[in-house]
Design a protein. Structure first.
Length: 319
């Protein structure tokens, strides 16, 4: 990001913070949100898509890999939003509704409301996307959490297909409880046909003994024609509870991410980054022009009053 744009924003923010500012919150928020999204468009930060059935354990795995509870784990099945998480200098939570309105939340408050089901069913259905800035200096990738397919909401699969196009790699999250009835076959074939890289995260492994986990990996590899070295078992819940075996398994996943995942279409991402920066620049220029025009009006008004005062002073002196 051009440093001059940051400086311009800092100047605009000073004008915004004064009493009776001509700049309102709705005008400065798009710039603030644009800066928050910079890392999502960064061509050096790959995007991981979490894909799997509803209740496959995606949210628990997501919280485990992020190291903090950001994703609601007890949300209603009819929800159909896409959630995006990326490294950020500041923590934030932003909800975009289907009507285009954007609402900012405190991250912990949004999580609490979701887990306690404080949102009504109607409110949940209006949410189109949730964006969360993760304040974690070690995080070097973004995560897209697509709605679980196979749920009661038919819109989920359409959103999933759209989310796939944004990702650099797919993490197929599969619960060990349902491996006998895998319904992902068409999607897995799509990944292969389009050369979309993917790995399988076998979750809820605390339900299985070690020999059963190996059997499950063999079965998944054979049924889905997936390299067994790309199937990673884990109990995210036990990892969160500091289980030493699960720490090793999570380390294996993180090592794979660090060594094998890269942005698959860097030129396209660079174009997206440039477009995003241009949008921020245009917002800044519009507000700077407004401020300049306002200052010109103030200066012209000052000059007019100075002439009036000078004229009055001369009249008084003459008498």
């Amino acid at each position: 990001m051009n440093e001059s744009i940051y400086k311009s924003y800092g100047l605009i923010k000073k004008f915004y913070q004064v009493d009776n500012s001509i700049i309102n919150e709705d005008e400065i928020k798009p710039i603030e949100r644009g800066f928050q999204e910079v890392n999502y468009y960064n061509p050096e930060i790959p995007r991981i898509l979490l894909f799997g059935e509803f209740k496959a354990g995606k949210s628990t795995f997501l919280n485990a890999i992020l190291g903090v509870n950001y994703a609601p784990s007890d949300i209603l099945e009819m929800t159909s939003w896409v959630a995006r998480y990326w490294p950020s200098e500041e923590e934030f939570c932003r909800v975009t509704r289907a009507d285009g309105k954007v609402v900012d939340y405190n991250t912990k408050e949004f999580l609490r409301k979701c887990n306690q089901r404080a949102f009504t069913e109607r409110q949940l259905k209006t949410i189109d996307r949730v964006d969360i800035g993760v304040k974690n200096n070690r995080l070097n990738f973004s995560i897209i959490d697509a709605p679980g397919f196979g749920s009661v909401n038919p819109a989920n699969e359409n959103r999933l297909i759209n989310a796939i196009s944004e990702a650099d790699i797919i993490f197929w999250v599969l619960s060990c409880e349902v491996i006998g009835g895998m319904r992902e076959a068409a999607f897995i074939q799509h990944f292969k046909d389009t050369n979309t890289p993917y790995i399988c995260i076998l979750t809820k492994c605390d339900y299985l003994e070690e020999d059963q986990i190996e059997e499950a990996i063999e079965y998944i590899a054979e049924e889905s024609e997936t390299d067994k070295n790309l199937i990673f078992p884990i109990s995210a819940l036990n990892y969160i509870n500091n289980d030493s075996r699960e720490k090793v398994r999570m380390e294996n996943i993180m090592n794979y991410i660090n060594k094998n995942i890269a942005v698959k279409n860097r030129e396209l991402r660079l174009q997206s980054q440039r477009s995003h920066e241009q949008r921020i620049k245009e917002h800044c220029l519009n507000l700077l022009n407004r401020l300049l025009n306002q200052l010109k009006e103030v200066i012209n008004g000052r000059d007019r009053y100075r002439l009036i005062l000078d004229s009055s002073k001369r009249i008084v002196d003459a008498k």
